[in-house]
Design a protein around this ligand. Structure first.
Ligand SMILES: [Zn+2]
Length: 206
């Protein structure tokens, strides 16, 4: 038995319902392939990841759609995967919350997951570029819960695929807050954050 077969057997023995749920799911099968290609992989960890993916798929209505259900009608969100744009050979997903029309938690998370899935269909890893342009303080305050949800999604289902989160031109007043979170949550996505200026960002692009 190879690693993937062992992993599938582990999932089947542990929970037949989960197994039946994933066996015809292209995204999850691809994810299992990716996880099993790594060395020192633990089946329990993969199982946990897969159940998280299923939970988020249900929560944010990620069915077989590849486009956000709001943006399909009229573009409302500013989270975009741009193929061929990379830093250190890893593709980028741009977030410009200051330019979004809609900032409801449900739809932004729905859009965010679909955009990342689009990106990792062809890539193992990705970077996030978080652009503070036009992002006002009052809107940031309003978006606190949303920011928390997006961070949790990254941690729960994309942690091993996320390389770096580049924060472009973060205003001085939020830097101490981010530093504090970095120290407090040392094992989470905060440790993958990097502050850069717009000029540095342009120079980093491959
Ligand atoms: Zn959208």
């Amino acid at each position: 038995m190879n690693q993937k077969e062992r992993c599938l057997k582990f999932i089947k023995d542990k929970n037949i319902e989960v197994y039946n749920n994933i066996i015809n799911d292209d995204y999850i099968t691809n994810e299992i392939n990716y996880q099993c290609s790594k060395r020192h992989i633990n089946n329990e960890t993969i199982y946990k990841l897969i159940t998280n993916i299923i939970a988020y798929k249900n929560l944010y209505k990620i069915n077989n759609n590849t486009e956000c259900i709001l943006c399909k009608v009229k573009k409302q969100h500013s989270i975009t995967y741009i193929p061929n744009q990379m830093i250190k050979n890893n593709p980028l997903i741009h977030l410009s919350p200051g330019k979004a029309i809609d900032n409801s938690c449900f739809f932004v998370c729905h859009h965010f997951i679909l955009e990342i899935n689009k990106c990792i269909r062809n890539n193992n890893k990705f970077n996030i570029v978080f652009d503070f342009d036009m992002y006002s303080f009052s809107r940031m305050l309003f978006d606190t819960e949303l920011a928390f949800k997006l961070s949790t999604i990254l941690k729960d289902i994309y942690y091993s695929r996320l390389e770096t989160i580049y924060l472009i031109d973060a205003p001085f007043y939020i830097k101490p807050l981010l530093q504090m979170m970095k120290n407090m949550f040392s094992d989470t996505i905060y440790k993958k954050m990097k502050h850069i200026t717009r000029q540095e960002y342009i120079e980093l692009l491959d």
